[in-house]
Design a protein around this ligand. Sequence first.
Ligand SMILES: *[C@@H]1O[C@H](CO)[C@@H](O)[C@H](O)[C@H]1NC(C)=O
Ligand SMILES: *[C@@H]1O[C@H](CO)[C@@H](O)[C@H](O)[C@H]1NC(C)=O
Ligand SMILES: *[C@@H]1O[C@H](CO)[C@@H](O)[C@H](O)[C@H]1NC(C)=O
Ligand SMILES: *[C@@H]1O[C@H](CO)[C@@H](O)[C@H](O)[C@H]1NC(C)=O
Ligand SMILES: *[C@@H]1O[C@H](CO)[C@@H](O)[C@H](O)[C@H]1NC(C)=O
Length: 179
Amino acid sequence: MMNSLLMKLGTLMCVLAVHADVMPAKDFDMEKMAGKWYIVGSASNAKWFVDSKEEHKLSTHIFKPSHDGHMDLVYVHNGPNGTCSNLTFHTKKTDTPGRFTYHSDIWNNDNDMRIVEVQYEEYALVHTIKTASDNSTHVLNNLLSRTNETSAVLQEKFSKFSNETGVLPENLIFLPRVM
Ligand SMILES: *[C@@H]1O[C@H](CO)[C@@H](O)[C@H](O)[C@H]1NC(C)=O
Ligand SMILES: *[C@@H]1O[C@H](CO)[C@@H](O)[C@H](O)[C@H]1NC(C)=O
Ligand SMILES: *[C@@H]1O[C@H](CO)[C@@H](O)[C@H](O)[C@H]1NC(C)=O
Ligand SMILES: *[C@@H]1O[C@H](CO)[C@@H](O)[C@H](O)[C@H]1NC(C)=O
Ligand SMILES: *[C@@H]1O[C@H](CO)[C@@H](O)[C@H](O)[C@H]1NC(C)=O
């Protein structure tokens, strides 16, 4: 009885630790964030992510600020067999600059996205907490780059950040894959 309670508490504390607040970048500037970014790194412990790890191709995010402070996020997804699909999410600003929320109809989840660190001409670290319809949550980290390439320094930064947010080292992918 006591043991099972302790185990539950332990589990709860792990969950809390994983969701320890990751704050967005200070002085976030949406206009500078606008435009095209290549997703050169991704990390998540979620089953859907791990199961499709081998199939990931270099895809892009396009950020489009709107007049009222919200931001559209276009996900240009390169799927298997050269298929390409564009998904647009209308992300809503929050009281915290650099933090946006949106609902995905296609995956039926709620997303809490934070731009954690950004050099607008270079790279951005993005941390998204996804809540599924059964209220389970998981984290997806993305490393965005203005070019379709990445560097060892950025990969190291992304690995460290993903480790700090609880992602297992085997659940990181970097793109494009080096042959
Ligand atoms: C991709 O092509 C393979 C072989 O032609 C096929 O079996 C598979 O279903 C295709 N996948 C998609 C997502 O179209
Ligand atoms: C998706 O968006 C990109 C960039 O805006 C565009 O080049 C491409 O043609 C679009 N593809 C589809 C299938 O709509
Ligand atoms: C998810 O959480 C909301 C708010 O706490 C609750 O109303 C809802 O019943 C929960 N859904 C499930 C499937 O547990
Ligand atoms: C990256 O961009 C360069 C120049 O725009 C292009 O030649 C190259 O094929 C691209 N590589 C990938 C993996 O998309
Ligand atoms: C993060 O790194 C530390 C030190 O290498 C390691 O002990 C820990 O297990 C890592 N965390 C995850 C989630 O892999």
